[in-house]
Every structure is written in structure tokens, then in C-alpha cells.
Design a protein around this ligand. Structure first.
Ligand SMILES: Nc1ncnc2c1ncn2[C@@H]1O[C@H](COP(=O)(O)OP(=O)(O)OP(=O)(O)O)[C@@H](O)[C@H]1O
Ligand SMILES: [Mg+2]
Length: 246
């Protein structure tokens, strides 16, 4: 029997905090709240865009969902196993000391695949899926271009077969021509592997092209969430309108 899952992720009344450097009057370590009562769902197979100005909390939300920020209240309910992350900067996110083969093998080792031959096959298969041939397994990140490195980052995120992938500005460190190649690759992999994306971007054109729904954030709150075409045709919020109009 196939169990139909309405949502792949549910976020309910999420407040996220960071320790702040200052101290409160009572001399307890003070905390700074960066997300306020954030609630939304992610549906299987969609691309949900997250937009909003610098500092509005997009990365803090991504990190909380990934379990990288433990100071929170509210619920983060995963219905699809562990999400994986594609980072913004393919120059700092890949271990420079490791060959690409080793970088891609690591998530498989961590997920308990003991058979070395199986891991080798999965690495080759994943390299091909992101448009790189097997010879890349023997290279180090320094020998790769920015676009090739982002292909490797995508391979590293997908090799353990997650359902939900969180991409935090995955295009913004790349040249414009490379951006559209990586965007096409992400869309192709989504279709092929049945992925769901949470897609953080400040580029409203990219979001319009890629996302099924858009969540607009401002100062740690969701101020509008809806279908992309509907939101562009009829933004309910002044701030959303200003983002769209650029
Ligand atoms: N590690 C941290 N410690 C303390 N405050 C932080 C930390 N990381 C982020 N913040 C603060 O949290 C708020 C939200 O930051 P966040 O990085 O989530 O924004 P963002 O929307 O991802 O911005 P950008 O578009 O620049 O990436 C900001 O006020 C930021 O200064
Ligand atoms: Mg950010």
C-alpha cells in the first residue's frame, strides 16, 4: 500500500535564537531572536523558494531545518528522512585535501555502505548524473572550475539519496552563464530523482523561473507565501511587490 504523504516537511511556530555577545540585566547570557513564529509546509516534489533581503533569516531557517541550529522553539517535523544541503560557495564547501572520489564516498560511508565496490559504482554513477566523467574522481577541488565544483557539491548532496534538498543561494557564487547550466542541472536531477527543493535566493528572476511557490521573509517573519504565478500577478504585500518590481 502506498501511503500518501501530504507534506515532506512541516515547520510550526518556529522561533530561532542565537547567543548574543552582550549580557542581559540579570547577567544570564542574552539571546537574540532571528526567526519569529515561522510556520509553513513543504509539499513533495515542489520547489519552494525563500526570498527576502540580506539578514531576514533565510540561512538561519535552512540551518534550523538541517539541525545545525539547536536554539529554537516550535516544531520541525520531517516526513522524509534527513535533508541534504547544497551550499552557496563551492570553493569553501569542498575539502581541498580530498580527491573528488573521496568527497563523494564520505556520505556513503556515513550512511553505512560498507561495500567498497558498491561505493565506487555509486560515485561514478553520481558523477555522470551531474555531467562529469569518472576521471573527475581522481582530481582535487583545486583543479576544477567554479561550475564543476558546484556540480560536485550537488553530487555530494544527492549521493545518499535524500528526498528534500535545501539549496542556499546555490547559484550566486557562479558566473551568469554557469548559473543557467547549474539551474538546468538542478531541474533535471529533480525530475530524474523525484526531489523536493527548498531554494533560497535573492534573485527574483531565478526564483520566478524555478519555483512552484514562494515564501517572502522580512525581519525574521513570513510575510507572504503563495503560488509563484499568482504572487507575481497579484502580490498581496507591498514588500512583495517591491521585490518583484525590483
Ligand atoms: N551565528 C550567528 N550568530 C549570531 N547572529 C547570527 C548568526 N548567524 C546569523 N545571525 C543573525 O541572524 C539574522 C539572520 O541572518 P541570516 O544569515 O539567517 O540571514 P539571510 O537571510 O540568510 O541573509 P543573507 O541573504 O545575507 O544570506 C541576522 O541578523 C544575522 O546577523
Ligand atoms: Mg544567507
Amino acid at each position: 500500500m502506498r501511503i500518501y504523504m501530504d507534506y515532506i516537511l512541516e515547520v510550526r511556530n518556529l522561533n530561532v535564537y542565537y547567543k548574543s555577545i552582550g549580557r542581559s540585566i540579570l547577567s544570564k547570557p542574552a539571546k537574540k531572536q532571528v526567526l519569529f513564529d515561522v510556520s509553513f509546509d513543504v509539499r513533495p516534489g515542489e520547489i519552494l523558494g525563500i526570498v527576502g533581503e540580506s539578514g531576514c533569516g533565510k540561512s538561519s531557517l535552512s540551518k534550523a531545518i538541517l539541525g545545525m541550529n539547536k536554539m529554537y522553539e516550535g516544531q520541525i517535523i520531517h516526513h522524509s528522512g534527513k535533508p541534504q544541503m547544497i551550499f552557496q560557495d563551492p570553493f569553501s564547501s569542498l575539502n581541498p585535501a580530498w580527491r573528488i572520489g573521496r568527497i563523494l564516498e564520505e556520505p556513503l560511508i556515513l550512511s553505512g555502505i560498507r561495500d567498497k565496490e558498491e561505493r565506487r559504482k555509486r560515485v561514478e554513477d553520481m558523477l555522470n548524473k551531474v555531467g562529469l566523467d569518472e576521471s573527475y574522481a581522481d582530481r582535487k577541488p583545486v583543479a576544477l572550475s567554479g561550475g564543476q565544483r558546484q556540480r560536485v557539491s550537488i553530487a555530494a548532496a544527492l549521493i545518499a539519496r535524500p528526498q528534500l534538498v535545501i539549496a542556499d543561494e546555490p547559484l550566486s557564487a557562479l558566473d551568469v552563464t554557469i548559473q543557467s547550466q547549474i539551474m538546468d542541472l538542478m531541474l533535471e536531477l529533480k525530475r530524474e530523482l523525484g526531489l523536493t527543493y527548498l531554494f533560497v535566493s535573492h534573485d527574483i528572476d531565478v526564483v520566478y523561473q524555478m519555483c512552484d511557490r514562494i515564501m517572502v521573509m522580512k525581519e525574521g517573519r513570513i510575510i507572504e507565501l503563495g503560488d509563484t504565478l499568482e504572487m507575481f500577478a497579484n502580490p498581496k504585500n507591498e514588500y512583495t511587490r517591491s521585490l518583484i518590481e525590483g
